[in-house]
Structures are given as C-alpha cells and as structure tokens.
Design a protein around this ligand. Structure first.
Ligand code: HAM
Length: 420
C-alpha cells in the first residue's frame, strides 16, 4: 500500500468500471462522427488570457476555479477549464475558417480542470465530449447539435433527462435587457457580493439559488420579453426544428450559463436522478467569441457533455451497458512445453481479432482456472503433455462446461466460428 492518494476532488478510473467510461465517450461521440464533425485535440493548458477573455473575467470559472501556473520561461498558463475557447483558438490558428467550407465542425474528448468544491458529480478533474460548429449562423445548426446530444443520451438508454432551452439575445437586444435587469436588481435588498454581481454580470443573479434572492425575483424582467425581431424569429425556428425532430424540450426563460460567451440559443441537459449537480451537458451559440479572442466575426454554436455525470446518470437509472467481453479465450498451459505452444496460439488468436489472455506467472492449474473465470472469458484453452503428444488442446466452454479436443492449428478457426 502507498500512502499517496488521488488528489482531492479527483478519482481514478480502474477496471472493471473504467470500461463504462470508454463506452460512454464512444456513445456520446458516435452521432458527431456521423454528422461530419472532425476529431480535434488541443493541449491540456493554454495561456490564461485565452480563458480570461473567452470564458469571461467575471465568471466563477476564471476568478475562482482555474489552475494557473507560471512557467520557468515566465508564461502564464492555465489547465483548461473547458474546451470551446481552445478549440476555437486552434481553428483560427490553423485558418480552418478560410477553407471556404463553413461551418467548420469539430469534436473533442478530454480532461478538464476546475478548482471547485468537490461533491458527488462535481470534480476538480473531469471529462467531457464536446462539439463546436464554427462560422455559420443557421438555426438548423443549433437544432442539429441539440438533436445529436439527445440521440447520444438515448443511444445509452437514458430516459430521465430534460432539455432546457432559452435565448440570451444578441448584441442588439442583450444590452437593452441588461440595463433593464440592472435597474430592477438595484432596487432589491441584496448583500454586497450580489450587488457587485449586479454591476458586473447581472444575468448570473437570475441563477442565484438562495431563497432570499429568488423571492425578490418574481417580477424580474426576462430576456424573452426583450428579444429583438431577428432573435425572436431565430429562436422560433430552432424550436420548430427540434419539435419536428421529435425532441421535446422545456422553455426555461431563466436559464443562464456559467460562461460569458453565449448569445441567442442556450441549452442544458439535466438529469433528474443526480441531485444538485444535475446538468449532464450544456452549450449554446457564441457569436462573439471569435472576435473576443482576436479573430474575425465567426458565429458559432457548440456543446459539451460531461462523461462523469453521464456515467452517474446511467447508474441512477440502473442501466448496465452491454460491453464486449474483455477476454474471449483464456489459455491455461500445464508444463513448459504447453506454455510455449499455447503462447503461440494466444498470439495467433489476438492477431486474428480474438481477445485472448494467458495464465502468466507459472500458476498451478487450480489458480489458473480461477483467473480464467475471473477474466469473464467464454472459453478456456487447456493443454498438458498428453494433449501436445496428440497435437491438440482442450477447448472448454466456460458457460456450458462442454469440452472438446481441437488440433492446435485449428484452434483459431474453431474459436472464431464459435464466437460468431
Ligand atoms: P459547462 O456547462 O461548463 O459548459 O460544462 C459542460 C458539462 O461538463 C456540464 O454539463 C457537466 O456535465 C460537465 N462538468 C462541468 N464541470 C464539471 C465538474 N466540475 N465535474 C464534473 N463534471 C463537470 C462548457 O464547458 C462549455 N464549453 C460547453 C460549450 C461548448 N458551449 C459551447 N460549446
């Protein structure tokens, strides 16, 4: 035993549970790959300034939650707290937007870091699958992303999730709303911190969970009532496209998100079995972000789905994923000669695409059979001196107990046939 532990707010993925995470990442990204999104990977850290400008100077993510460091060369870096700013930075740096083929559609999967107060579903190191469609303003693109996330969750068998939908307006109507909201909020009885928030980021006040604040917000002005004609019509089209795709959603006029870059369409996927950390995914349109980080105007939309919380949602619904067997055949040699012969067969099986493992470490027959059982293999492949003298191995079906002698050079074909 070591006295070292995974750092606070983090946890290790180890077998057999780790297989669920791989399967979830696969399921969340499969619909994207079928919809023309290309795989993208960016560094785990970026310049602090990218997130400060992109995610927003006044957000919790930037003010409280970033892991920052100064390199020996004097660069100010931050472990990435989210993927959108990095992926857009990468697309701009590679001039993908100049290809004449807009939108640029990218997907990604990786680890993100936020110095948050850890609790169930909220970690300091977590994993997301994300998608960004860069450089097009088209309600079908917003709808496409919501539909793809919806279908991804459904493909895992999840049912108890809801989609919350809102529009946050654009650079025409949002400032007018912001002013109206501030005027309303300044008249309320709020503590000093919240009063400061009213001046810097008034929309976040809508999201305040405290009853003392919520009680005063009954007549608060809503973005919905301040949307300009263009935003209203855009939002209506997104809603119609979702409805005609059979995707139900709830209009949530109070939905604001923890990142400053959103404009127009915003949405969150919440799961009702998760308690307070119920958002399994979220996203929206960010038409101004490219300019905020020094690029040209590139209206864009995207989302990120939390892998950790999706796994928790599966557990909450009692869903067991059907995973392919980790091992199909487990070889148990008796004696040195059998060891060499079966090791050769195991190598051939693997080369032929059959998942095979071997009783390493010279264990006795009884222990080796225990390992075979534990591996979950369908077949054990046994051989001793007498078998080798006849050029065969014993293929034992661990489900039925049935055992047959198979010529060593026929094992691969025989196993492949039976597994099919
Ligand atoms: P976000 O809402 O901050 O959005 O994160 C997306 C998802 O990541 C959340 O719904 C949640 O499932 C998961 N998540 C976030 N923080 C944690 C945490 N501390 N522990 C566990 N899971 C967490 C974004 O990150 C945006 N970049 C999404 C986006 C993409 N918007 C446009 N494009």
């Amino acid at each position: 035993m070591t006295s070292f532990k995974a750092p606070k707010g983090t946890y290790d993925l180890i077998p057999p549970r780790s297989a669920d995470y791989l399967a979830v990442r696969e399921a969340l990204s499969a619909p994207l790959r079928r919809a023309g999104y290309g795989y993208t990977e960016t560094p785990g850290f970026e310049q602090v300034e990218l997130f400060a400008r992109g995610v927003g100077e006044s957000t919790d993510i930037v003010t409280k939650e970033m892991y920052t460091l100064t390199t020996k060369g004097g660069d100010e870096l931050a472990l990435r707290p989210e993927g959108t700013a990095s992926v857009l930075r990468a697309a701009l740096e590679a001039s993908l937007h100049k290809s004449g083929n807009l939108p640029v559609k990218l997907w990604y999967s990786g680890s993100y870091y936020r110095y948050e107060r850890p609790q169930k579903g909220r970690y300091r190191h977590f994993s997301q699958v994300g998608a960004e469609a860069i450089g097009a303003e088209d309600p079908s693109l917003d709808a496409e992303l919501v539909i793809l996330a919806h279908d991804a969750y459904r493909s895992l068998g999840l049912r108890d999730f809801r989609i919350l939908l809102n529009s946050l307006g654009d650079k025409e109507c949002r400032p007018v709303y912001r002013a109206a909201l501030q005027e309303f909020l300044r008249r309320l009885d709020l503590d000093e911190d919240t009063r400061r928030r009213v001046e810097i980021n008034p929309l976040r006040v809508l999201d305040d969970k405290r009853e003392s604040v919520q009680r005063q917000l009954t007549d608060v002005p809503m973005m919905r009532d301040h949307l300009c004609e263009a935003c209203k019509s855009y939002h209506e089209q997104v809603r119609e496209l979702l409805t005609s795709a059979g995707v139900s959603y709830e209009d949530d006029p109070r939905l604001v998100r923890g990142l400053d870059y959103y404009t127009r369409t915003t949405f969150e996927f919440v799961h009702d079995g998760l308690g307070s950390q119920s958002a399994v995914g979220g996203g929206g349109r960010y038409d101004g972000l490219s300019e905020m980080i020094g690029g040209p105007a590139l209206p864009s939309v995207g989302w990120a789905l939390g892998v950790d919380r999706t796994v928790l949602a599966l557990r909450a619904e009692g869903i067991e994923l059907e995973l392919p067997a980790a091992t199909d055949v487990f070889a148990v040699p008796i004696g040195d000669e059998a060891r060499r012969a079966l090791f050769r067969v195991v190598t051939e099986l693997r080369r032929d695409g059959v998942a095979a493992d071997f009783a390493y470490g010279g264990k006795g027959m009884k222990n080796a059979m225990k390992s075979a059982d534990r591996s979950g293999a369908r077949f054990a492949l046994l051989a001793g001196e007498r078998d080798l003298a006849q050029g065969v191995a014993q293929l034992k079906d661990l489900h039925s107990g049935e055992q047959t002698a198979v010529p060593l050079d026929r094992v691969v074909a025989e196993v492949a046939g039976k597994l099919r």
